[in-house]
Design a protein around this ligand. Structure first.
Ligand code: AHM
Ligand code: MG
Length: 339
C-alpha cells in the first residue's frame, strides 16, 4: 500500500516558495522540466536492455534504423524540456561542444549546466547512472546571453542536484538551504520526499578512487591511499574500498554513509577527468550544503574561476574529516596540477 501522506517535489517546492517569498514560479518551472526529463530518461534506462538503445551512436539496427546511444537520447530530452520551460536562456551540456542558446528565450534569466547521463559506460552492465545539473541566474537579462555568462564560479550557483537511476530513482538537490532527497514513486510517477535534510557523516570508512591508476598518482595521493589501507584500531582503518566508476553512484553512497571520492590528477590527465561546470561544481555545492568538503587538492572547488566550457579539475569530495585528512597529506600534489 502506498503512503497517503507523501510530500511530492511540487508540493515541497511550493512550500519553500511560501517560506522564501522572494522565490518565483520560475524555479518550479525549471524543476518541472528537469523532473519531466528525468522521468523520460528513467523510462528509457529501465527499458535499455529491451530496446535498441544500448548500441553506439552511428550504428544501425536490423531494420536499418540509426541507433542512438542513451546519453545522446538523454541530452535531447533534457535540452528539449529545459528549452520549453521559458525560463532558460542557455544550456551547457557534456554532450555538446558549444552551449545551446535557447531560441525565443534570449531574455530568460537561468543558465543550466548539465551532464545528461553520467557514468554512461555503466549502462551496458546495469549499474547505477545519473543526471547532474547546476543552475545559475543572470543579473542582466536585457541582452541575449554569451559564452562568458557560464564562466561563473560554483559559489554563484543558485541550485544544483542529481537524479540517480539506481535500484530506485532519486533526486537529490540543494538551493543553498540544505540538501533534500526525493524518491520516484513508480505508481504515481511523482518524486516524494524520502531523505529530508541530508547530512553527510563527518567521518567515514569508505574511500573511492580508481586504484588501477595508482602508479600515476601524485605522491600525496599515494600517501592518502596507503593511510586508508593501514591498520589502525582507533580510527577503524583499514577503510573499505568502493568504486563503481559512476560518479553519482559513488558520491550518493558516500553522501549517505560517509566516505571520500577522489579523482586525482594523473600522468595522463593532469587536471583529473571530471568536468568543473556540470560534474564537480554541482556535487561540491551539494556536499558543502550537507556539511562535507570538496577540494581540487589545492583549493575549494566552488572557488575555481572557469575559463573553458569543458574544463577539468581534480576532485576530492566527501566527509569533512576525510577530505581534510587527504589535504593534510597532499603536500606533493602541486607538482602535477595547476589548480
Ligand atoms: P562520463 O561523463 O564520460 O560518463 O565520465 C565520467 C565518469 C564518472 O561518472 C566516473 O566517476 C568516472 O568517469 C570514472 O572514470 P574512470 O573509469 O577513469 O575511473
Ligand atoms: Mg559525466
Amino acid at each position: 500500500m502506498g503512503n497517503s501522506r507523501a510530500l511530492t517535489l511540487e508540493q515541497f517546492i511550493s512550500d519553500q516558495q511560501a517560506i522564501h517569498k522572494e522565490a518565483t514560479g520560475a524555479f518550479s518551472r525549471i524543476f518541472r522540466s528537469l523532473e519531466l526529463g528525468a522521468k523520460m530518461v528513467n523510462r528509457d534506462v529501465r527499458k535499455a536492455g529491451l530496446i535498441d538503445i544500448l548500441g553506439n551512436q552511428g550504428s544501425t539496427n536490423v531494420q536499418g534504423e540509426e541507433q542512438k546511444k542513451l546519453d545522446v537520447i538523454a541530452d535531447e530530452i533534457f535540452i528539449h524540456n529545459l528549452s520549453k520551460s521559458g525560463e532558460v536562456c542557455m544550456v551547457v551540456s557534456e554532450e555538446k561542444d558549444a552551449p545551446v542558446f535557447v531560441e525565443g528565450s534570449e531574455n530568460a534569466a537561468y543558465i543550466i549546466c548539465i551532464d545528461p547521463l553520467d557514468g554512461s559506460s555503466n549502462i551496458d552492465v546495469n549499474a547505477s547512472i545519473g543526471t547532474i545539473f547546476s543552475v545559475f541566474k543572470r543579473d542582466n537579462t536585457n541582452s541575449a546571453p554569451t559564452l562568458n555568462d557560464c564562466f561563473r564560479k560554483g559559489t554563484e550557483q543558485v541550485a544544483a542536484g542529481y537524479f540517480i537511476y539506481g535500484s530506485s530513482t532519486m533526486l537529490v538537490y540543494t538551493t543553498g538551504d540544505g540538501v533534500n532527497g526525493f524518491t520516484l514513486d513508480d505508481g504515481i510517477q511523482e518524486f516524494c520526499l524520502s531523505h529530508p535534510e541530508i547530512k553527510i557523516p563527518e567521518d567515514g570508512k569508505i574511500f573511492s578512487i580508481n586504484e588501477g591508476n595508482y602508479a600515476d598518482f601524485p605522491t600525496g595521493v599515494k600517501t592518502f591511499v596507503e593511510y586508508c589501507k593501514t591498520k589502525d584500531k582507533e580510527s577503524g582503518r583499514p577503510y573499505g574500498a568502493r568504486y563503481i566508476g559512476s560518479l553519482i553512484a559513488d558520491f550518493h553512497r558516500n553522501l549517505l554513509k560517509g566516505g571520500i571520492f577522489i579523482y586525482p590528477p594523473t600522468e595522463k590527465t593532469p587536471n583529473g577527468k571530471l568536468r568543473l561546470l556540470y560534474e564537480c561544481n554541482p556535487m561540491s555545492f551539494i556536499v558543502e550544503q550537507a556539511g562535507g568538503r570538496s577540494s581540487t587538492g589545492k583549493m575549494r572547488v566552488l572557488e575555481v574561476q572557469p575559463t573553458e566550457l569543458h574544463q577539468r579539475v581534480p576532485l576530492f569530495i566527501g566527509s569533512k574529516n576525510m577530505v581534510e585528512k587527504a589535504m593534510d597529506l597532499m603536500g606533493n600534489l602541486g607538482e602535477k596540477t595547476s589548480l
